[in-house]
Design a protein around this ligand. Sequence first.
Ligand code: ASP
Ligand code: MG
Length: 422
Amino acid sequence: MKVFKFGGGVLKTGKDVYRIPEILDFYKNDKLIIVVSAFNKVTNKFERLLNDWFYKNEFNKDLFVSLKEYHILFATEIIPGELRNITDKINEIFSEIKCIFSKKLSDNYHYEYDRIVSYGEILSSMIIFEFLNQNRTDCKFEDVRNLIITNSDFREAKVNWEETEKNITEKCKNTNFRICVTQGFIASDKNGNTTTLGREGSDFTASVLAYSLDVEEVIFWKEVEGVYNADPTKADDFVLLPKLSYRESLEQAFYGAKILHPKAVKPLQNKKIPIRVRSFYEFNSEGTVIKDISELSRDFYPQNPIFITEENQILISVSTLDFSFISEYNLGKIFGLLSKHRIKVNLMQASAISFSVCVTNDIFKIPELIKELKRNFKVLYNDNLQLITIRHYTDDAVDKMISGKEVILRQISRRTARYLIK
Ligand code: ASP
Ligand code: MG
């Protein structure tokens, strides 16, 4: 058995979906679990619909209509006329969403977020399943909310592994179907509320399923050929990394490489399940395999320095109002607020009287965070920054990335150099 994950990056329009049956035929001897995330930028759009409601007090009707039309167009492109009760189903889902808004949302933002934003995956998985199911009988659908059970930390829900493994084994292990389609990113708490696993969390879903079923391999189907040593959309020279250790890919994900979700690697590492990142369009390339490579092996460290850049960073520096030391008590408060607003720290630095965190400048979360910090602290910030990480750095690599730039903060360890640049 294998787990496949198809992300929004490869599912932009109906035409892209025609590629899936080709892939399924290529793997015709395997049992497959297919995890799909929301199409293209749909998650961002549902987020905006919710944010307009929460922060501007408005129901963004244009956005709502365009989301609905996008999904209808998507489905009608791939499902022929006579089978088009899919349009009714999509309409029904959008009426449901409208109904949630017209009954007024509660003021628990995180809870409402999961209730609304999860529709991206509900829609995509339904459309993909209906498409596949038109001309095959070996395919079934499972709502992942009956499989993955989490706590109620909405937007960052933690998996209850025991319950989850039990459900997955029961529903997916001994089925007669060759293919099972399900959703990424979303899950359910034990009261039946929809939860989500954190942005880009579908990778983690694939990993939870793979772990629970002890599969042979997990394949992440991507727009790109595999994992490169630099972001091919930004860098002018880059190389494909044919193999990586779990440890290296975990580090890269942690430092912000966009290829895999940081949480996805660990469960697979624990069971030594190989991960393959390969092109959705090109079967000729084997892509990148991430596996158990011994630290003593020559392959453990990639031969090239790895470049990871993150844009739109803000460095927030916090000091006490009376300029006393930043104590553990204060740090506790600062981290409490970061966690409350679901903000991930990309880099941090402490000095005697101030503590700085570098985070991605989300226009909805950061102003709220700063407002709350200001109740207890003096807060300064510097925005529009770029965070550059170089793994396995060399003098040349550092030179290439930062010469002529204004460095605001640097952190160097044995294998990793990080620079915050103006
Ligand atoms: N659709 C979700 C997101 O965009 C989950 C995912 O893509 O992995 O964050
Ligand atoms: Mg996505």
